[in-house]
Design a protein around this ligand. Structure first.
Ligand SMILES: NC(=O)c1ccc[n+]([C@@H]2O[C@H](COP(=O)([O-])OP(=O)(O)OC[C@H]3O[C@@H](n4cnc5c(N)ncnc54)[C@H](O)[C@@H]3O)[C@@H](O)[C@H]2O)c1
Length: 352
């Protein structure tokens, strides 16, 4: 069959929601996690360009590109804290996957929704290796938009079925508890983060505070706990007390955006991909505190884009007429002239 050279599959917000629902949230997270794990295992083949950020007084616009040499992907994402005042979201994202061989886009998709399962699947993959064996109880501090996805990913991938929830806004905890009620969790709503972490083998922090915050202090974390720190993902934005970082022996990722921006640059870290690829140990003792310092990197989005591309067989996309495809590749002008003959001309604009 002749490949259509002028169209690019486009996954809208509506189609993304249908894809998640048709697949089932748990299965979606498990499959997405497998793509992330596969890509982390071949970490060394990826082009690791840092995100390209354009800052303004109102916010930031970033491009997050990467390539494995065969496929290129990038996410466009903004962060505008004041947007909610005008009814807009603070963060929105979209992404492209392209064929490195010919440069043609293979997929254009929304990623605002997709980012939540990709972040949750990433956290669960990162916990699989160092979290205590058979861990079933997770404290979740911050019960906002990301929280249900985090909980379901930890249930589907690690078997966590007991949740201890805390949010400074009790209505957020109530909503999270209600949304997760039918999914088979035993849920405790707690009145402080101190209470939430009691008895938890895994602690997830997923709060949104724009500056250095101390959601967890050193005394709250006992031996053997795995911490999944998701909310500290910008320069100047952290959730953990520095002393926890000094006690943790598994603080991967970046010194710029993550929790470990609080530490000296020379502080030793083990990168997650090394653990997944079997090049470095995960947990090496029952009392060890392990920490996944999640900041969200381009490879995670690349894996998510690959997953969505492989799910196009569901038919949940539309064909976007995005690429000019003249009969003769160099005859772009002729293509416009032929279009004028084929269809009635729109009214001329201005007095040219
Ligand atoms: N690492 C990544 O890849 C990644 C991806 C997506 C989002 N994030 C980050 O995750 C965080 C949560 O995102 P979201 O979309 O769920 O935000 P959200 O605004 O929907 O929810 C955040 C919740 O945290 C609560 N909160 C704030 N301060 C708190 C505190 N001191 N103690 C307890 N709860 C507190 C708020 O009341 C709110 O309910 C954000 O910081 C976001 O930037 C990280």
């Amino acid at each position: 069959m002749q490949e259509k050279l002028d169209v690019v599959p486009f996954v809208s917000v509506d189609h993304m929601m249908k894809l998640v629902l048709a697949t089932g949230v748990e299965r979606f997270l498990i499959e997405l996690a497998a793509y992330i794990e596969e890509d982390f295992r071949r970490w060394e083949c990826f082009d690791k360009t840092p995100r390209v950020a354009s800052h303004s007084a109102e916010g930031v616009i970033e491009l997050m590109p990467t390539s494995d040499g065969e496929t290129y992907g990038f996410k466009y994402v903004n962060g505008h804290p004041k947007n909610t005042r005008s009814g807009r979201q603070t963060v929105t994202a979209s992404g492209v996957l392209a064929d490195v061989g010919n440069g043609y886009p293979m997929l254009l998709t929304e990623i605002t929704i997709l980012t939540a399962p990709r972040t949750a699947a990433m956290s669960a993959v990162a916990a699989k290796y160092p979290a205590p064996n058979g861990a079933r109880t997770m404290a979740m501090i911050g019960n906002g938009a990301q929280s249900e996805f985090q909980a379901i990913a930890f249930k589907a991938i690690l078997g966590v079925d007991k949740l201890r929830l805390y949010d400074i806004d009790p209505s957020a905890t109530m909503r999270c508890q209600k949304n997760l009620a039918s999914i088979g969790f035993e849920i405790n709503a707690c009145s402080s983060s101190q209470e939430a972490v009691e008895g938890a083998e895994i602690v997830t922090t997923v709060t949104a505070d724009k500056q250095y915050a101390t959601i967890l202090t050193d005394s709250m974390i006992g031996p053997g706990v795995h911490i999944n720190a998701v909310g500290g993902d910008c320069p100047g934005k952290t959730e953990l007390h520095r002393d926890i970082l000094l006690r943790s022996e598994y603080p991967p990722q970046t010194h710029i955006e993550g929790e470990i921006q609080q530490l000296d640059r020379r502080h030793p870290v083990i990168e997650l991909w090394q653990v997944i690829a079997g090049k470095a140990p995960g947990r090496s003792g029952e009392r060890q505190i392990t920490l996944f310092d999640s900041v969200g990197i381009a490879i995670e989005d690349f894996s998510a884009l690959r997953y969505v591309r492989d799910r196009l067989d569901t038919g949940l996309y539309e064909e976007l007429d995005l690429l000019a495809n003249p009969d003769e590749p160099r005859d772009l002008f002729g293509m416009i002239l032929r279009a004028a003959k084929a269809a009635p001309m729109p009214q001329k604009i201005g007095a040219l």
